[in-house]
Every structure is written in C-alpha cells, then in structure tokens.
Design a protein around this ligand. Structure first.
Ligand code: SF4
Length: 256
C-alpha cells in the first residue's frame, strides 16, 4: 500500500466533506509528540502544496510536563524540515502537575485548551488542527454511549466557544495503524506521553476490546465510522427525531 497516497486520499476526503479548510486559512497543527499529530502535520503540508486553494500550515506543542522523553529530537526533526514550530511551556499546567499530581483528564484538557487558544492568538491563525484519529472517534462513540448516556463521538469540525477559531480533526478517517506505519517510514522521533501508557483506564479497555474484535472483523472501525455518517433516527429513542402522526413527547408515560 502506498501510505502517502492513502493518507492524502483519506485526509482530503475529510477536509472536503466537512469543509475543514478554506481559501486563505492559516492552520496551526497541535503536535502532541505522538505519531498521529506529526502525521497530520506532514499530510497537511503536502496538501498545502497540491491543493487548488491557498492555505498555510504551522505547528505548535504545548508542554504540560507529561512527555516521557525530551521533546528536542522532535523539534530538531521539524526544524530540519523547515517547519514553523512553536514550543510553548505552559506554566499553569506545570504548576497543576506539581500541586495536584493525580488530576484527571478534565482539568488537564481545560488547561491545555486555554494554552492552545493563547498560542493560536500569538501565531495569528484562524484554524487549529488536532490529530484525533478514526480510533479516537470510535472509542469516543463507545465511551459516550456506555458511560455518559449520549450517542455522540467527537466533532470533525467545530468553532471555539468565542467563535475565534475553527477546530478541525482531519484524521477522522485515518486509523492509528496507518499513522504508526507512516511515522515509522519517515523516521519521525515520536515522543511518548506518560498518559498513553496508563493501564486500567476505560480507554485502554476499549482499545483492547477493539484489538480483540478486529482480529475476526478487520473492517470494524470502518463500519463504525460509516454508521456515524448514516444515522437512522427512526430506530433510536430520541423523540425529537422521530416521525409519527402525533409528535412523540419526552414526557414520562402517565401511570393510571
Ligand atoms: S490522558 Fe493525560 S495528557 Fe491526556 S488529557 Fe488525560 S491527563 Fe491530560
């Protein structure tokens, strides 16, 4: 398989379908140090050269104190490729890690989000691209369904709360099998994050479940992704989307 061609096709499909990138956009890719975000960066740089529209691409990394190895080799790799890369030590996140070492993902993500908007403002970009993959979308769907009582995954495209930035996830159709192979083929010095190695988490359990099921059903994730784009609202239980002669109601059924 030609990895680059496959990636360009899948990312191009996502960008086009969800109108992620438009003429004149200035896109900043959040590089987490892992294979996914660096793959995304490389693919967007290739697309910026080939696409019929003009857009620019730069990269940034937020240091929250969770990398297991120095980030410098990755920085050197990016600089050697002539990529505009900003490394941002987020002091509030580092303090949080010292003061509340056991903090959860909610707090960590909130700190990261604030830092990301701060960097985006400094860089003068209008689009922020994240490296969430098809695996992340599938896991999010299952996690939300099973643990939050909501049928939802992740938004492929959305805007920041104040409307300043378009937030995009162009790897929605790209599996981690593909990003691993691509990052490996380019010799990208991946820097692992401590959290990615955590065991006993819901995320890890879902990953293991997918791994096991995929041995017998190799197209499982493709099917789940297709299902997310092909919702049959008549076979779900949300009265807002049901067609019937009498509008159904969310009110509880009266007990006589
Ligand atoms: S997995 Fe780790 S880095 Fe990611 S949001 Fe949770 S605490 Fe933060």
């Amino acid at each position: 398989m030609d990895l680059e061609k496959t990636l360009l096709r899948k990312v191009g499909e996502a960008i086009q379908r969800f109108k992620m990138i438009r003429e004149g956009d200035r896109v900043a890719v959040g590089v987490s140090g892992g294979k996914d975000s660096v793959t995304l960066l490389e693919v967007l740089l290739l697309l910026a050269k080939r696409a019929p529209i003009e857009f620019s691409v730069c990269a940034f990394t937020v240091e929250q104190g969770k990398f297991l190895a120095p980030i410098e080799p990755l920085g050197e790799y990016l600089r050697a490729r002539g990529i505009a890369w900003t490394y941002f030590r987020d002091e509030p996140s580092l303090r949080l890690l010292e003061e509340q070492p056991g903090h959860g993902c909610d707090l960590c993500s909130r700190y990261r989000r604030r830092a990301v908007y701060e960097i985006a403002r400094e860089l003068g970009v209008n689009v922020i691209a994240f490296g969430h993959t098809a695996d992340d979308f599938c896991e999010a769907l299952l996690r939300n369904t099973m643990f939050t009582g909501k049928l939802s995954a992740l938004p492929p495209v959305t805007v920041s709360r104040k409307g300043d930035y378009r937030l995009i996830r162009p790897l929605v159709y790209v599996t981690e099998e593909l990003t691993s192979a691509y990052a490996g083929s380019l010799g990208i010095p991946v820097v692992p994050c401590g959290c990615s190695q955590k065991t006993g988490t819901v995320r890890r359990a879902l990953r293991d479940l997918f791994g096991e099921l995929e041995r017998a059903h190799p197209h499982l994730k493709e099917n789940i992704l297709a299902a997310m784009g092909n919702v049959d609202t008549q076979r779900l239980l949300d009265p807002r989307f049901l067609n019937s002669e009498e509008k159904p109601t969310a009110e509880p059924f009266p007990i006589w």
